[in-house]
Each structure stands twice: as structure tokens, then as C-alpha cells.
Write a protein that binds this ligand. Sequence first.
Ligand code: GAL
Length: 823
Amino acid sequence: MSCFSDIRYVLLISIIGFVCACKQTNDSFLEADRKVDFNENWNFYLASNSQDSISESTNWTQLNLPHDWSIEGEFNETNPANLGGGYLPGGLGWYKKTFQVKDSTKLTFIEFDGVYLNSEVWINGQYLGKRPNGYISFEYNLTPYLKYNNQENEILVKVDNSQQPNSRWYSGSGIYRNVWLKTVNKLHVANWGTFITTPQVTKDLANVSLEIALQNNNPVSKETIVRTTILDEETQVSVTEISASINQNESKTISQKLQVENPKFWSVETPKLYTAYTEILVNNKVVDAYSTPFGIRTFEFHLEKGFLLNGEQVKIKGVCLHHDLGPLGTAVNRRAVERQLEIMKNMGVNGIRTSHNPPTPELLDLCDQMGFIVMDESFDMWNNTKTEFDYANDWDKWHKKDLEDFIKRDRNHPSIFIWSVGNEIQEQWNEQGVETTKMLKAIVRKLDTTRPITVAMNPPVNMPSTDVTTQFDASKVYLNPVAASGELDVIGYNYAHQTFPFHQKNFPNTPFIATETTSGLQTRGYYDKKSDTLKRWPVRWDLPFDGGNPGNTVSAYDQVSTPWGSTHEETWKIVKKYDFLSGMYIWTGFDYIGEPTPYVWPSRSSYFGVVDLAGFPKDVYYMYQSEWTDKDVLHVFPHWNWEAGETVDVWAYYNNADEVELFINEKSFGIKKKENDDLHVVWRVPFEAGTLKAVSRKNGEVVLEKELKTAGEAATFQLSSDRASISADGKDLAFITVDIVDNEGNFVPTASNQLNFSVEGEGKLVGVANGDPTNHESFKGNTHKALNGKCLVVVQATKKVGEIKLSVTSEGIKSNSINIAVK
Ligand code: GAL
């Protein structure tokens, strides 16, 4: 390198350094103050039936948001939310908060990410409005009613979730998502005011197009310069400016075009994000700044090749998720959502369906960052109700506004690839459904033309019977009117896996997505013998179920599904086989509260999850891991604590190997290999206490060895935290697994001891769960039974640096404790 180019190099570095330094100053000056966390120090009052208003004598409790009051309630068979709501209470609650506002030259908004249900808001006694939808994000302009100069303002929120049932799953109640206070210049970027698309993308160049909605609330017109910089981390990759004049009280949309050379693509493995940093300048001074993270990628749902991402075939290996976070209820916590996604990623999942409602914004941010293919879904019903008091009652008045806001809020997320405008809508069976589909499609299209629109239909083609073992008669086809209308960009199948192979014949012009599959049923750690009997529970969706196991358990061998669904293996075998099947979203990734199919009370949460309500994987998790990841997998089950002489089916899920050999106390029970489309191998063996060992081999070399030992009596606990240290931010969580072990440290797979928890130091206990769908102990208590040897404790950091100590005791066994650093 010549001396000259050396100097140029140094100069360039200093210029970039200078640009970055300015950017940081501007960022921290404007953007950090623009939208601040408004969750702390609220007062809450849960009204009783006789008293739904507030007065001077109301007894308020102080708390921080997000908050779900239902999760603190008691399970009761008579609670009107019924089985759908997990038999937890609803009710009517009030929230209020006082605060001061300094800058009267600016506009102040309050932004709610979601309030369940029917929220109404007042500022200083002035009514701001009502928002019935429990999942939609919305804001109010507080400015005209605010008091300044060190005076207190009071915001009051009424939340009415008393009319039940209004949901088919546990909804939670309250201000269960984050609340923000937004302070902006009178000339500013409107709420969800940017829209980024990448109309042309090649390996060498991406054209980036940006629409910016500006709002001028000044009493005079303004001359402004709008400058957008595309940043790759801190590095500027492209910049453009445009001047505009904007009248008083005018909204105006500005378009900008930028280019990114040699773009780094967003993908599932490398979810590369860029930021479009938009500054609004008046007289050379930045008056507003707005960051929009985005991704550059191409995709297509293809008639033959399925889903193509950046030109490459990617099978969508997705899961449906409801929004509760197990023992935390629906109160959003970013770390809890992140943990769910980590557990899914580790299983090989690459897709999330936000069933069946607009998700919390944190979920989408995390999907952008972690690489998931999201189907973003808006509604579970249109005009016709599914439960008496559900959103169908608000449909006429609200669906347009709600759908528009949902699309505007979410359309910049690179992780979103499909809009679903409905799940199993009753009107799919008639012409009204076609009209509504057209109307909703038009609303979405106006706001986003870059993604396909689907409806999750059950099913799009006729099924001869609700019994999945019946063959689909491809010669007698009846398409449901919405599917047949030609209005959908992708045909969304809920179930009906036997019809999947005939998709191209039935819908020659429209690609395929399995919006929802499987509905397999399992309780973690329970096993029915024999494992090869297939069960469809209940017999039919509309008939009461009088079968099942004592204690409302379901076998964790993959042998039970609903009659409309199919086992995990049945489903994946078909989706795997055909390229044109773009992918599937399993019902569900995690168990959720409510919908305890096939049972009713005392069961109160679902059996559908691949992972239980506490976050512990069921065995079938490893079937997926063996199929959906490259990591070496060998998972052997069930446990090894049976009666002498009992016959036990031992299954193994494995990959990256040719065979697995099974040993009991060092005696071989033979080598097994997966044949044809097998997804597991199985041995039927007599139980003998001791050691069960499986060895997987490839070309004669050992790949993995797994051992299970017959455990003795419960003696103590092993405690492990998902992270050794957490942040002292008052929000971060440690998820601590309690494993009950015997004297020699062997896991006791049948233990159900009553455990007691106490927390000292810089943390508090915020949730306990064991994954048992029938347990009625509080998720918020400090005692809980173990289920099949395991229990989860969730601890939240305070804002002080230090240490948290969790101690676990149980009668008759040795206590143990664990420390977590709070940094
Ligand atoms: C589907 C429905 C889901 C859930 C599931 C249970 O039909 O879309 O919300 O109810 O059944 O199997």
C-alpha cells in the first residue's frame, strides 16, 4: 500500500468516526427521549361485582406494568371464562398513574401495546376513548389536556374483561403489554409513520424505498429537510435528503429512495438487520428522529418449489403460539418471550404463527433478530361469534381500523412473510365469507403489496370424515367457498394432512401453506403402554369425551392426537415428502393456559405443546430436533423406573447415524435402523432395574451414547438456571429448573414432591409451574408440586446490583439453593 493510500485510509476512518459520533449524539438526544417506558408506579384496583366504579375510598394497590390480574386468581370450575380461559377469573379493573410533563412546546402521547379488554382512557378527567380489541396497539394524544409547571397529571384506564366467555383460549386481563410515553416535536414522524420496501434486490444492489408520514401540528407551515441514513450497525451505507414544505395541521407522505450495495441478506440463519435512520430538520436543526429496523430479502411462495427465501428453498418448520407465557400469564416480559423463542430455535423451528391475534411488538422484534418466518394473524372471528362475548360483537365498528393499525404497525418487520386475516372463520363456508375476504384483502393491499394474504381454513377442501385415518377421496372434491374464490394468495390449511398431496390438483394456481397442523396431545413424562396403539381423543370435536386416562394424563409417546389433527410423525412425514408443500405451523410450540382438549375440569391448560407450560420439552421435541437441525441427536425414552418384569417400549429419536444399539445392564437388545420414512426406532423389552443405554453409530464409529438409570427415592434437588447472571433492570428473569434426584444424583422421573421456595437478595419470585395441566396451585405462590421430577421457578431481578439466592425445601429431602448474579 502506498503512503498516499495510507493517508486516505486514515482520513476515511476519521470521517466515518466523526459521522458515527454525531449520529450517536443525535440518537441519544432525540430518540431515547422520544418514547420512554411508562410502566412504573401505577395504581390498580380490581372491582368487585357490586362495585365497578372508583371513588375517594377506593383501595388502590401499587404495581408496575405489564400486569395480568387473571393469573393471580384462583382456578374455579364456575369461572365464566370456562375451559377456554383455563377456568381463571376475568373481571373489571382500574389503573391510574400520576406524572409530570415538562415541555409544553412538544406533543405528548400515551401508547399502549395492548390492553385486554375494552379499555377506556381518561386524562385529567377528560375522556380520550375506548378500544375494544384486546390485542391491538393504540395511542392517544394527551397534549390538549396536560398541566405543566410541576403540576401532576392523572391518567386513568378502565379495563373491562367481565363479559365472559369472550375467547377460546386464556387471554389474561389488564394492561398486559408495555405502555410508553411519547414526546415529540409538533413537526414529527407520525405513529408507525415509516414504510420500507425493497422493490429490487440483487446480489450486488438493493433498492430501498421509504415512505415517511409527516405530521405538522404547528399553527404555521414548516420548511423541512428529511434526511434518511441507512446504517449497518454504526456504519453509514447510504444517505439521502429531500426538502419539503408542510402546512399547518397537515399530514404529508414523503418518498425517498436509497441503495445498498452488496446487501447482506436477512435469512433464518443470518437475520441481518439494517436501520433506516430518518431525521427531520428545520433550520438545520434536527427536530425529530425515527429509526426503522429493516431487512433485505427476496421470497416467493412457489407452485412447485414451496417457499423460496433469497432464491433458496426453505421448508417452513413453524409453530403456532398463543400469547401467554406460562406461569407469568400474559403479562409481557421480553426475556420470557426470548426464552420461548430460544427453546423453539433449539428444536429447529424456523417459523412462528401469531395465533390468532396481533402479537406483542417484542415478539416481532425478536423474530427479526433471531430469524423466524412469521405468519402474522389478525382475527379468530369476523362477523360470527365463536364465544358469546367475543370480538364479533365489535366487528362492524372496528375491524377496518384494527386491521389497518395492525398492518401499519407490523409491515416493516422483515420476519413477516404472510398476513393471515382470519383463523377458522365460520363464514368460510358461505358467500358472505368470500365478500369479507375481498374486503379485508383490499384493506391490507392498500397498505402492503409485498406479502401474500391467506386465511387459515378448516379445511379448504372437503374431508370425508373427521377421522384422520379415513382416506381422502380425491375424486370427490368440494372446495370451501373462500378457498375456491381465487381471492387468496396462498391456500391456508388447518389440518386435513391427507389432502396435502392433492393440493396441486385442487388448487393448480395457488401455492400451499399448512397454517395449522397436528394437534397432538401429550403430558410430559407419562407413557401409556403400548406405544403403538394410536388414539384420537376426543372421538369428535362436538361430542363429550368420556375416555382418557385416570388423572387426565395423555401419553408422551407420539400416539395421541385430536381426530381433526394427526400425530407429529404423521404430519411431518407428509410435509417433508413434497417440495411444493412450503411448510407447516404445528399446533402448538408451547402448551398454553385454557383449551385442555381432550379433557375438561380439573384440567385447565393445553396438552398440545411440544414443550410444556413450564418450558420443559416433551419427548417429541427431539424428533423435530433430529429432523430439523444438523446437531447430533440421540434421545431415548421413556424413563427407566418401572416394575420388575414389566414390558416397556423404548423409543429412540436419532440422526447423523446409521443405527442405534440398545443395552440393558450392558446386555444388548439389538441394533435398530430407521427404514423408509421412519422417524424413530423402537424396542419392546422387559424392564430390569439398572442402566438403559443407547449408542448411535455412523460407519461403525460411535456418534452419541445416552444412559438412563433407575432412580431410588427422592433425596435432594439439582438446581440450574438458564443464565448465571441477569440484568439489574427490574425486569430481567432467571428461569430455574428444579430436578429431583436420588442419593446418587439420578433424576427421579416419577417424583411429585411438594416443593417450597424462598428468595433472598436482589430478586423476587414471579412464577412457578410444573407443566401439569391439572394442577390448581397458584402460579404466583411459593409452593408447588413437581411433575415427573421437575418444576420451574421464575425469579425477577430488582434494580440493584447484587445476588439472588433461591432456596428449595421439601419435607423429608435435603434442601438446596442456587445463586444468580444480578449485574
Ligand atoms: C384449531 C384452532 C385452534 C385450536 C386447535 C385445537 O381448530 O384453530 O385455535 O383450537 O384447533 O386443536
